[in-house]
Design a protein around this ligand. Structure first.
Ligand code: ADP
Ligand code: ZN
Length: 604
């Protein structure tokens, strides 16, 4: 081995120690073993294959699903002094031939390729002529049809095991789902691979979920705590994306839209601005996000429920990849559940798949309604036991107030039953509240024994009861997605008085909570930069932006926020001191050291 693994970590990447399972993975793969690496976003998966590729003779071949992802990784590697290239359709044919020539000459440490390219006869032939250090299969969940990013081309990658049985293969994913994991092992022929499973907790993300009552005001208050920070606002429909973007832009926020209805050039331009500039807010449908490697996304906001607990985890996971504090915030309503159920019911999928999708939606609803620590609830949905409570999610900071809702729950279940289990929450609530109109009489529902027995609660309160009964599995909605409610196996013990029901009070935010959120933002912001540090912080960021622009790369390719923050705190004045800062490797020290020392010394 040319140099030891820890030396590569220190000299090339500028980090002092491995994180979590990195060392175990790197040692195993460098020694020639196959591996399946399950690590959350931001956990540091890239180093798990980059370091062994550098340590072993030959070129590391990295399979990556998206052009944007490859470009980012290659830019970052080059700026750390690594000889890295990619081959994809964005290159002209002479550029491609040039990369191939350098590959054949053994001049590349790492080469990124798309799966469809890797599987061409031409590329496989090239591979036959070079020394291969390893194969890395990034975003390995793309091989799974259960996952959220299925890519049929990934299926062909099982061929690597057959054709190159002696070359180590490492597959990596941030997907926590058990079913997806099993499918990766099967489809990529990784039965013999060692599995490295990390906790899926994202300790730097704060989770907050609220009922949607006035989304614009709620979003505005949330964004007030994130001024000048980059973030993503997710909405379900294209129209909502467009409307929200226009409204945010009119309120002076640097917001851009992204959805499949925009032409490719606009989408690319908006994505580029989000990646290359500081503090852009992307308002998007789920069309945006996969392959967004931007490390300094400070928040992800959901204006609607995502499709599943898995989608929620993936989407919120795009925040805080750099390990610095970030926030995941969501507002939702009962109508989301109906809309999503309809989308699932009307999709082309097979019944088995629809059943799984409904389950995943239900677990998300249960998470949203949870009274316990969010982190505990989220990780539990992926089969992980978190030794909580975390102490900084919304439920931990402000424990939900609960009330004994046994009697209203019994009334609700009974009204669903007596009206024939074929009505949505709206109508059943009308029955409970005794709304006397022509339709009610026509249906004969005014003569039901449950008609008018629920006067003690208003409509808003009843909606809350129904939502929570659904979330708790005490009611189910129909498979066809009409929003009609029926009882479940769990309903009976409640109906016969054997089980009590405790529900959360739906607190509307008070003035006091608004004010508190406001002050937090104005003071230190998310990253905790104090007012007296602000001038140097701004100067460091300006320098970074200038250097990045000159090279045509995103700012974080020069240095991550975490590294700039470390500089701000350590205030190194010499090259040796700067070399000690986490994230400053030999190549970056050489390239940028003088400029950054100049700015720091000027501020002293
Ligand atoms: P993933 O691909 O798992 O989402 P990355 O490989 O992009 O994560 O790493 C996430 C962040 O953590 C990056 O900013 C990376 O530079 C940083 N990082 C990774 N490993 C270490 C380490 N050992 N020490 C310090 N920072 C690290
Ligand atoms: Zn918590």
């Amino acid at each position: 081995m040319a140099s030891s693994l820890i030396d590569i970590l220190r000299n090339v990447f500028g980090y002092s120690s491995f994180r979590g399972q990195q060392q175990a993975v790197v040692e195993h793969v460098a020694a020639g073993g196959d591996a399946l690496v399950l690590m959350p976003t931001g956990g540091g998966k890239s180093l798990c294959y980059q370091i062994p590729a550098l340590a072993r003779a030959g070129t590391g071949i990295v399979v990556s699903p998206l052009i944007a992802l490859m470009q980012d990784q290659v830019d970052a590697l080059r700026s750390a002094g690594v000889s890295a290239e990619y081959l994809n359709s964005s290159l002209g044919s002479s550029e491609q031939r040039d990369v191939e020539r350098r590959l054949l000459a053994g001049a590349l440490d790492l080469l990124y390729v798309a799966p469809e390219r890797l599987l061409t006869a031409r590329f496989l032939d090239l591979l036959g002529h070079i020394r291969i250090a390893l194969f890395a299969i990034d975003e390995a969940h793309c091989v799974s049809q259960w996952g959220h990013d299925f890519r049929p081309e990934y299926r062909g990658l099982s061929l690597l095991a057959e054709r190159f049985p002696t070359i180590p293969r490492v597959a990596l994913t941030a997907t926590a789902d058990e079913r997806t994991r099993a499918e990766i092992v099967e489809r990529l022929a990784l039965a013999g691979a060692r599995q490295f499973v990390s906790s899926f907790d994202r300790p730097n993300i704060t989770y907050r979920v609220a009922l949607r009552h006035n989304p614009r005001t709620q979003l505005k208050q949330f964004l007030a705590g994130h001024q000048g920070e980059a973030g993503i606002v997710y909405a379900l429909s294209r129209k909502k994306v467009d409307d929200t973007t226009a409204w945010l832009a009119a309120s002076g926020i640097d917001a851009l839209p992204y959805h499949a209805g925009l032409d490719a050039a606009t989408r690319a331009a908006n994505q580029q601005r989000f990646l290359r500039e500081d503090g852009v807010v992307m308002v998007a449908t789920v069309a945006f996000g996969m392959g967004i490697d931007k490390p300094d996304v400070r928040f992800v906001a959901h204006l609607d429920l995502p499709r599943s607990i898995e989608a929620y985890y993936q989407e919120t996971g795009r925040a805080g990849r750099d390990g610095l504090p970030a926030e995941a915030w969501m507002v939702y309503g009962l109508s989301d559940v109906v809309t999503l159920s309809q989308m699932i019911a009307q999709s082309e999928s097979a019944d088995e798949r629809k059943r799984v999708e409904r389950q995943k939606l239900e677990s998300l609803l249960a998470y949203a309604e949870a009274v316990r620590c969010r982190r505990e609830a989220l990780l539990a949905a992926f089969g992980e036991t978190y030794a909580g409570p975390c102490g900084h999610c919304d439920n931990c900071v402000e424990p939900a107030r609960t009330w004994d809702a046994t009697v209203p729950a019994q009334k609700a279940l009974s009204a669903v039953y007596r009206s024939g289990q074929r009505w949505g929450a709206g109508h059943v609530i009308d029955i409970l509240r005794g709304v006397d109109n022509a339709r009610m009489r026509e249906l004969g529902h005014d003569r039901l024994s449950t008609f008018g027995i629920g006067q003690e609660l208003d409509e808003h309160a009843w909606r809350s009861v129904f939502r929570q009964l659904l979330a708790a599995g005490l009611l189910a909605s129909d498979a066809q997605g009409y929003g009609t409610l029926r009882l479940t196996d769990s309903s009976r013990p409640v109906l016969i008085g054997k089980q009590a029901v405790c529900l959360r009070e739906d607190a509307k935010p008070t003035r006091a909570t608004h004010r508190r959120q406001g002050t937090k933002s104005a003071a230190a912001g998310n990253l905790g930069v104090e007012p007296n540090e602000q001038p140097l912080w701004n100067a460091l960021r300006r320098l970074r932006t200038d250097l990045a622009r000159a090279q045509g790369v995103p700012p974080y390719v020069v240095f991550h926020d975490a590294t700039l923050l470390a500089m701000l705190r350590a205030r190194p004045t010499t090259t040796d001191e700067l070399a000690e800062v986490s994230g400053v490797g030999a190549a970056k020290l050489e390239r940028y050291g003088r400029d950054f020392l100049g700015v720091i010394n000027a501020a002293a």
